[in-house]
Write a protein that binds this ligand. Structure first.
Ligand code: MG
Length: 429
């Protein structure tokens, strides 16, 4: 049977997805966050799904890319990465993305972040056309399920008064007891046994106390703390000394490779990053200086699933661990993360995922965590189906937005509650 794998249509649907008031060092999550859903349709009527960041600068690149993809084969993914799509320098010269939470934003990284959604959509379509799961297209799974960690956040009970937004049932978590209670619910609801706390919100002493409380409540469970580069080298070393053996790793305690290298040289606590190693160009300096012991890959900005496998191979060669970073994402990306994670032999740490915080999804059936793990689907493609009504509803929300929420800005969201809030200068402590 011959198949026509020609791309006849590429649909781009920007959406706004409900997000709880999760705190980080830059501010707080806005009530709705932008995502882009990509659909690649073949001549045979097969549709592949992809997902990536939905801020304006990503959408601007996605449109010309979608036009260039039409008429090509879904098997033509390597050529996709060779397409010369110009990036407006004004979109990257701010040098950081979302206050630096995703590391430095280069033109190449922006391009890869968009391409990743197209790569995933092409792989999903190819898998559906061939009757093979995406992991099989990546060389096959080496595990049947992928472990994720509970992603704990300091949070408010609700978004500030007068701000539109969905209610959540998690309540506030602003002290060690609140963090432990949140962890308990994560464990109850999803079975997670490894916990990551997003830090950099309160002075380090308070966050040290929260990690100690977690260690007391969940003895033997792997714990991580991620202040997004909010600490100086000295503060990082102090926290490392105080928490020492309680931590599986410390994630981006200080900002940038030189500071991370200095911390790493003076502590035995492993350092992880999704901020100073976010592109292939950043690997050499960080690895040769011993700045990081674990790289948290994000298939969006590393440029897709095959690049994630390449990154894992490089990490292996340098004796550096690999796991996965998460930004607010939906089920398409979680499925993609799970497929690629299933193919990486040296995945030694539970992956991060915001998914439990997302009350909305564009999938007909949500993915579920059992024992903190997602089963690797053997269904064709990613193994997920779109809920078109829900996609349309979330797109309507994006269309009706006056532009205020189309670009993620955690500092702006914080200013609603605290008008004097300014984006903190790093290091904060
Ligand atoms: Mg991080």
């Amino acid at each position: 049977m011959t198949r026509d794998l020609t791309v006849t249509e590429v649909r781009l649907t920007p959406i706004l997805v409900a997000d709880p008031p999760l705190l980080n060092t830059q501010g707080v999550h806005q009530p709705y966050t932008p995502r882009l859903i990509v659909e690649v349709v073949t001549a045979d009527g097969v549709t592949g799904l992809g997902e990536t960041y939905g801020d304006t600068k990503y959408l601007e690149l996605a449109r010309p890319l979608a036009d260039r993809l039409t008429g090509r084969q879904i098997t033509d993914v390597n050529a996709l990465f060779g397409l010369d799509i110009a990036v407006d320098p004004a979109r990257v010269d701010s040098s950081v993305d979302v206050g630096g939470l995703r590391g430095v934003l280069s033109a190449d990284k922006l391009r890869l972040s968009v391409l990743s959604a197209f790569e995933v959509a092409c792989l999903d379509a190819l898998g559906k056309a061939l009757g093979l799961p995406v992991h099989a297209l990546l060389g096959g799974k080496v595990r049947d399920s992928v472990e994720y960690s509970a992603y704990l956040f300091y949070k408010w009970a609700g978004h500030p008064k007068g701000v539109a937004g969905e209610k959540d049932d998690w309540g506030a978590a602003l002290d060690p007891a609140g963090v432990v209670e949140q962890a308990r619910r994560f464990k109850e609801r999803h079975g997670f046994t490894s916990f990551k706390l997003k830090g950099g919100v309160f002075p380090p002493e308070q966050e040290i106390a929260a990690v100690r409380a977690l260690a007391d409540a969940f003895p033997g469970h792997p714990l991580r703390l991620d202040p997004n580069g909010a600490w100086s080298v000295e503060t990082s070393l102090r926290v490392a000394a105080e928490l020492g053996g309680l931590l599986e790793y410390l994630e981006d305690p200080a900002l940038g490779t030189p500071a991370m290298a200095e911390v790493a040289a003076r502590t035995d606590v492993p350092l992880a990053t999704n901020m100073c190693v976010t592109t292939f160009a950043e690997i050499e300096e960080a690895f040769t200086r011993g700045a990081v012991q674990v790289v948290l890959s994000d298939h969006h900005y590393w440029g897709g699933l095959r690049n994630t496998q390449r990154l894992a191979a490089i990490c292996h060669a340098f004796g550096v661990g690999v796991s996965m970073h998460s930004n607010t994402h939906l089920g398409i990306s979680l499925a993609a993360m799970t497929h690629v994670a299933a193919t990486v032999a040296d995945l030694d740490h539970a992956c991060d995922s915001h998914y439990p915080w997302q009350s909305e999804d564009v999938l007909a059936e949500r993915l579920t965590f059992t024992g903190g793990r997602i089963a690797v689907s053997d269904a064709p493609g990613l193994g997920v189906e779109l809920d078109r009504d829900e996609l349309a509803r979330l797109h309507r929300r994006w269309t009706e937005d006056d532009g205020a929420l189309r670009d993620r800005d955690d500092a702006a969201a914080m200013r609603v509650a605290e008008p004097d809030w300014v984006t903190p200068t790093m290091p904060r402590w």
